[in-house]
Structure formats: C-alpha cells, structure tokens
Design a protein around this ligand. Structure first.
Ligand code: GLU
Length: 315
C-alpha cells in the first residue's frame, strides 16, 4: 500500500494531472457538463493529462445506465480522457487496506451516534456540520450492536487544514472546530467519499483538482486524509456553479437539463460547447465551436480562462 501511494506521489512529478470524477447517479446536467469542459480545458491548456474517474461507491444512489450515458456525453462533446477509465468500485481493496492499517494503528474510532442524535443536538441551528466527538473517548466495540454497525471516524489532530486554490484565496479551516473527526467508513458499511477521493488523488498522481464550488468545504476533510497518508494535497480550483434564473444550483436529482434536452432541440456538439462557453462569457452568445476549437482560441489568450472563472467566483 505504502509503495503504491509513493508511486502516486512520484507521478505528480511528471507535470499536470487533472481528473473529472462524476457520480453515476444520473445524467450530467448543464452545470456538470460545463465543469467537465473547464476541467478538460485546464488540463489541455497545461499540456497535461485528464483522467476520468467514476465515483460509484454509493451503490444505493447509482442509476442504471448513468455511467454509460456520462461516457457518451463526454465523447459527444469531444472531451477525451487519458488512460483507462477508473472506477472507485474496483478499488475497494486499496481503500480497505488503508482503513485496516489505520484502525490497527489506533487512528480511527467507532462511532455510534445516529444522524438523528446529531441533528437533535445541533437544534435549533439546523444541521451540525462538525462532529462534537461524543464517541471519541468511549470504549466501544467495532462489531454490530442491536443490529447496527458503527461508523469509523478519523481522530483529527489539532491545527489548521490548508490547501491552495488557483482561482481564489488559499483554503484554510481549523481541524477541530470547523471540520471535526471525519467519517471514513459509514455505518452502512460503505467506504466514505472523502477517504476514497483522497486516496485516489494520491494514488493516481493528481496534481490539480478542478471541480464545482459546492465541494469547497469537502476539501478540508480530504486534506485531513491526505495529511494522514503523509502527502501534501493537490492544488484545487473550485469553479462557479451554473445557477438557474431563480439563482438555484442545478441538480441531477431534480432532473436539470443535460445533453438530452439540448439534443431534443436539435443542437449539435459545437452549439452546446458554444452555449457552455458563452455562459461563462468565454465566447459570444450563439457562437458555435468544438471543444478543440475553444481550446485553440484559449491557447492564444493565456490566463483568460482562469481570469474569467476567478471573476465569476466574486460575490
Ligand atoms: N463525485 C462527486 C460528484 O459528482 C465529485 C467528486 C470530486 O470531484 O471530488 O459530485
């Protein structure tokens, strides 16, 4: 395991390696497509690699056919990825070996707090984001009790969690007061997103993560896992989310429109790329161009993409 993660660290020395990591919980909506386009553009502008990882650990949320649809959509838009597709569901052995080693080393503890209990203690201010550590010092077993397994939490050390952001000020959150002990294995037995994602960024040698702004605060938990793995975090760019006319972010669950909607109106690839780019102000509304043509345009305007994204992030 250590050797594998060290190889990942060494891979980082070979230049820009980005990734796009959709969850196959539905078809990509316009906002997801735009983030994929931006992530691809950034990697290609840097002459780097762009990997595609499918975050398919949360099996109850998977939608049949969604993975295939995602791959088709990316291909249709001309967003080609490098190397073999990576599926988190095929990497459970790696995640479990980290969990086992950390459990043996006393870095994790079992937690039996239910979501409802945590919601109650956080009332009246709504959801509690930082775990108050109720189970930290309790001598609890790891096995099932009353038919329920515990979740496994990482004992977070003191200090701040820091990471660099390419489009905004560096991220920093205080570990104990703003992040808390992160769940790495859920009570339903599933490997948690933060654990798998942090291990993958390292194992796949990712140097740059370009993803939606909604994941900004998740970064701290992932940086905590990376710190425990002994690795510095990659660099992050959290890009603006596409909002509808009412200012709401789009959602797969609510069936926000994706390529199917564009196609139903008879749009082809260049029309869609033009629309995604125009929504950021990269090209004029109504312009048609392929992903490769957009890339070529941006090659002649160094720094433009980052400047546009940075401006869009300003409140
Ligand atoms: N799979 C996550 C999602 O689709 C994103 C993961 C990431 O980019 O870190 O929201």
């Amino acid at each position: 395991m250590r050797v594998r993660l060290e190889q990942g660290l060494a891979l980082r020395g070979h230049g820009y390696r980005g990734r796009y990591a959709p969850s196959p919980s539905g078809a990509l909506h316009r906002g997801n497509l735009r983030t994929a386009l931006v992530s691809w553009l950034e990697a290609r502008l840097a002459g780097g690699a762009w990997l595609l990882r499918i975050d398919d650990l949360d099996t109850p949320r998977l939608v049949a056919g969604a993975e295939l649809q995602i791959l088709d959509d990316l291909r249709w838009l001309g967003l080609n990825w490098d190397g073999p597709l990576c599926r988190q569901s095929e990497r459970r052995g790696l995640y479990n070996s980290v969990l086992t080693a950390w459990r043996r080393a006393g870095l994790l503890y079992p937690c039996r707090c239910s979501r409802r209990l945590l919601a109650d203690v956080s009332a009246p201010h709504g959801t509690l984001n930082v775990y108050p550590g109720f189970c930290r010092g309790r001598q609890l077993g790891w096995g099932p009790e009353q038919g329920r397994l515990p979740s496994w939490r990482l004992r977070l050390g003191d200090g701040e969690l820091r990471w660099s952001e390419r489009l905004a000020a560096a991220g920093v959150l205080d570990g104990p007061s703003a992040v808390g002990d992160v769940v790495l294995r859920r009570a339903d037995g599933f490997i948690a997103y933060h654990l798998a994602t942090a291990i993958d960024e390292l194992d796949l040698g990712i140097t740059e993560v370009v993803r939606g702004q909604d994941l900004w605060s998740s970064t701290a938990a992932q940086v905590a896992v990376l710190r425990q793995l002994g690795a510095p975090p990659p660099r992050y760019a959290h890009v603006p989310l596409w909002r509808d006319a009412a200012g709401q972010r789009l959602s797969k669950r609510e069936g926000s429109e994706g390529l199917a909607g564009y196609r139903a109106r008879g749009w082809d690839g260049p029309a869609v790329i033009g629309d995604l780019a125009a929504s950021l102000g990269l090209v004029a509304a109504g312009e048609r161009l392929s992903a490769d043509e957009l890339l070529e345009e941006l090659r002649h305007q160094p720094g433009r993409l980052a400047a546009v994204l940075g401006r869009a992030l300003k409140p």
